[in-house]
Design a protein around this ligand. Structure first.
Ligand code: 5GP
Ligand code: ZN
Length: 112
């Protein structure tokens, strides 16, 4: 756990979040400022600062996050598809420095 990390505090139950999934390694909850009708994040419980800080030992964890994404997206009603975004570092627009994958959908999504 990183002392000043908002997502570590959510993992620890110290600040509330609208949780949609939890297991021993991962948690998923709705974004506090959704940019689409459905917008949630999948977050590893371990404090990993960003994708750039992930190590070889996180290989399974990263795979589990990606495999969980379509399962939770469907549960949230995203039957037509969804966007998956990982912002990495200041240059990548990352605001919360604890690795997370955004799952976004349900509105008109601009193609990239
Ligand atoms: P980033 O820009 O780091 O990829 O995204 C961070 C996201 O976390 C933002 O979309 C922001 O709305 C969300 N966020 C920041 N603080 C909180 C919080 O306390 N609770 C929840 N649920 N989301 C948060
Ligand atoms: Zn953290």
């Amino acid at each position: 756990m990183s002392e000043d990390c908002i997502f570590c505090k959510i993992v620890a139950g110290e600040i509330p979040a609208k949780k949609i999934y939890e297991d021993s390694d991962l948690i998923a909850f709705h974004d506090i400022h959704p940019v689409a009708p459905v917008h949630f994040m999948i977050v590893p419980k371990e404090h990993i600062g960003s994708l750039a800080d992930a190590q070889a030992r996180h290989e399974m964890l990263l795979g589990r996050i990606l495999l969980l994404a379509p399962v939770l997206a469907k549960e949230q009603g995203l039957h037509e598809g969804f966007r998956t975004i990982i912002n990495t570092g200041k240059g990548g627009g990352q605001e919360v420095m604890h690795l997370h994958v955004h799952i976004i959908g349900g509105g008109s999504q601009r193609a990239m």
